[in-house]
Design a binder for this molecule. Structure first.
Ligand SMILES: Cc1cc2nc3c(=O)[nH]c(=O)nc-3n(C[C@H](O)[C@H](O)[C@H](O)COP(=O)(O)O)c2cc1C
Length: 173
């Protein structure tokens, strides 16, 4: 990918700040509905990264009503992108409007790129190419701290995705 170079995952630290404060974009493309390939991205600030099944993975929590959720659900691979502070407004926009009725890339001034079939974002500082390993849905009965059910008044329990981080691309300039 022009303008990017692959870095080792060990150079990618400070994950609490990156996810919780800087936020990330989750991007996926798939053929849904008409058979036409649809591309979308959404902001996320809940999730984590670690080791599972001996692999470097990310844990993503996406509500079922997100348009992006349908695309992640239908894709083998997706990407996670992190940005410099200059893109805060773009990330805010991608976290408040839906790709179901808006071209968020155009609205946020972001440029999708194709990384061997996986959509990534040209303006990102880091693009993580990820392969989906596991998908499930949180269940009411699984909550050990009932107060957390306050987050699910609409019974819209998050879909959980465990994705393997296959490559990390860092933008050069
Ligand atoms: C800072 C921020 C963090 C967010 N984190 C998440 C998240 O982790 N999971 C989630 O399902 N939605 C999260 N959202 C909400 C989605 O980004 C938002 O509903 C978005 O409009 C969904 O877009 P889509 O319908 O095009 O997929 C977040 C929104 C913001 C602004």
């Amino acid at each position: 990918m022009q303008g990017f170079r692959i870095i080792t995952p060990s150079a990618f630290d400070g994950i609490f700040e990156r996810i919780g404060k800087d936020w990330m974009l989750l991007t996926a493309a798939a053929e849904i509905e008409t058979g036409e390939r649809i591309l979308n991205t959404m902001t996320a600030s809940w999730g984590g990264m670690g080791i599972l099944w001996g692999k470097r993975v990310a844990f993503l929590f996406v509500r079922p009503q997100r348009y992006t959720d349908r695309l992640i659900g239908a894709s083998e691979r997706m990407s996670i992108s992190f940005f410099d502070e200059d893109y805060r407004a773009a990330l805010r926009l991608c976290g408040t409007v839906s790709g179901a009725d808006t071209d968020k890339f155009a609205a946020a001034g972001l440029t999708p790129l194709d990384a061997a079939g996986t959509p990534v974002i040209a303006e990102a500082r880091y693009n993580l190419i990820c392969r989906k390993l596991y998908a499930d849905t949180l269940r009411r009965e699984g909550f050990c701290l009932p107060a957390l059910l306050e987050n699910y008044k609409a019974e819209d329990y998050h879909h959980v995705y465990v994705v393997e981080i296959e490559e990390i691309w860092q933008r050069d300039s």
